[in-house]
Design a protein around this ligand. Structure first.
Ligand SMILES: Cc1cc2nc3c(=O)[nH]c(=O)nc-3n(C[C@H](O)[C@H](O)[C@H](O)COP(=O)(O)O)c2cc1C
Length: 387
């Protein structure tokens, strides 16, 4: 087994072991990919304040998210097509998360269905909802999530229309992949992946197939999103969904202090400061640059989580010290899954926790709950002075 010391190592293995169209699907942003790359590079502009001669024994990285105990305040974000990165990927990721003690969020666009993931795990997971035009389908999938015991609904607000990712169009992204000559040649170089896929029946969108009426070309994400996602999603519709769901509600994709206020006033249990990992509005600011304004607006009123660009425990520490209550990771665990299946997701979580723990110690902190602005060196113009 290769020695893995960072998320970057997992990313390299993911690229080597998974068909190009799925690696590219994960590793892209929309249009010019400016927001996608700044999500990562903006984290590196924040520096850490070193402290010496302080007791750094018995450290604690735990906490709660929505009242659930977590080993560290980091949840696995919803990611579509996860079961194409590795056979039965959602089940593998959910099991790794459960064993590690962090929450797993299942995407509407998953390959393994809600029921399937529930049958292969023992603790409740979270379900992410994309709102479709077909209200009956939406009501039905909410019921299914309830029946499966999901403990929170994560409602994604920033993808009612798909931001274009050039590589997906060029690669003809689909689940399962079409058996074209270039795809066959590429898959032939990924024997482990092929063996996994041959050994499972889960190769299409498990939450949708057999549940949605009048579904057109489901294998094409673009045409399916255009046909099915509800572009009229607004606060009234969100209220309707909250009523149907009746449980903990997380609003994901907030990237503006006014929207954060609206979400907090609405009574969201948590908001996720997110630009969908740079996959939607290219040209938007990175999540970490928006975070301080959201913290000023709604800290204490709702839980503030952040995602987009987190690739290390240092990044998690920076986000928490800036005022986030928790973080979500997308690609960081997907690299692990594509690299080494369930073991790889566990590895990604271990890498991040270890980095978080050691970095906390070197900052002179023993308890993650004590992190704050005093641990950071932030350039004065970090948030930017935008007209
Ligand atoms: C390959 C991929 C697929 C995604 N699919 C979904 C999805 O189905 N639902 C959703 O709400 N967010 C989705 N996201 C966004 C993630 O939940 C999360 O916001 C993002 O990955 C965070 O950025 P990071 O990858 O830099 O950590 C997806 C992200 C990636 C990379």
């Amino acid at each position: 087994m290769p020695v893995i010391t960072s998320i970057e190592d997992l990313k390299r293995l993911h690229q080597r072991r998974t068909p190009r169209m799925f690696y590219d699907y994960a590793e892209s942003g929309s249009y010019t990919e400016q927001t996608f790359s700044e999500n990562v590079s903006d984290f590196s502009k924040i520096r850490l304040r070193q402290k010496v001669a302080v007791d750094m024994s018995d450290r604690y990285t735990g906490g709660t998210m929505l009242g659930e105990n977590v080993t560290m305040p980091v949840a696995l974000a919803p990611v579509g097509f996860t079961g194409m990165q590795s056979a039965d990927g959602e089940i593998k990721a959910a099991r790794a998360a459960e064993a590690f003690g962090v929450p797993f969020t299942l995407s509407t666009m998953s390959i393994c269905s809600i029921e399937d993931v529930a049958a292969h795990t023992t603790k409740p997971f979270w379900f992410q909802l994309y709102v479709m035009r077909d209200e009956e389908f939406v009501d039905n999938i909410i019921e299914r999530a309830k029946r499966a015991g999901c403990s929170a609904l994560v409602l994604t607000l920033d993808l009612q229309i798909l931001g274009q990712r050039h590589k997906d169009l060029k690669n003809g992204l689909s689940a399962p992949p079409r058996l074209t000559i270039p795809n066959i040649i590429n898959m032939a170089t990924k024997p482990q992946w092929c063996m996994g896929m041959l050994g499972t029946k889960r190769r299409s969108f498990g939450n949708i197939v057999g549940h949605a009426k009048g579904v057109g070309d489901l294998s094409s994400l673009t045409s399916w999103t255009n046909e099915q996602f509800d572009p009229k999603l607004d606060w009234d519709k969100i209220a309707r969904i909250r009523e149907k769901w009746g449980g903990k509600l997380v609003l994901k994709g907030v990237l503006d202090a006014d929207d954060a206020r609206r979400a907090a006033d609405f009574g969201a249990d948590a908001i996720v400061v997110s630009n969908h990992g740079g996959r939607q509005l290219d040209g938007a600011l990175s999540s970490i640059r928006i975070l301080p304004s959201v913290v000023r607006a709604v800290k204490g009123q709702t839980e503030i989580w952040i995602d987009s660009g987190i690739r290390s425990g240092q990044d998690v520490l920076k986000a928490i010290a800036m005022g986030a209550d928790a973080a979500m990771i997308g690609r960081a665990y997907i690299y692990g899954l594509g690299a080494m299946g369930q073991q790889g997701v566990t590895k990604a979580l271990q890498v991040i926790q270890k980095e978080l723990d050691i970095t906390m110690a070197l900052c002179g902190e023993r308890d993650i709950r004590n992190l704050g602005a005093h641990n950071l060196l932030v350039p004065q113009d970090f948030e930017g002075n935008w007209a």
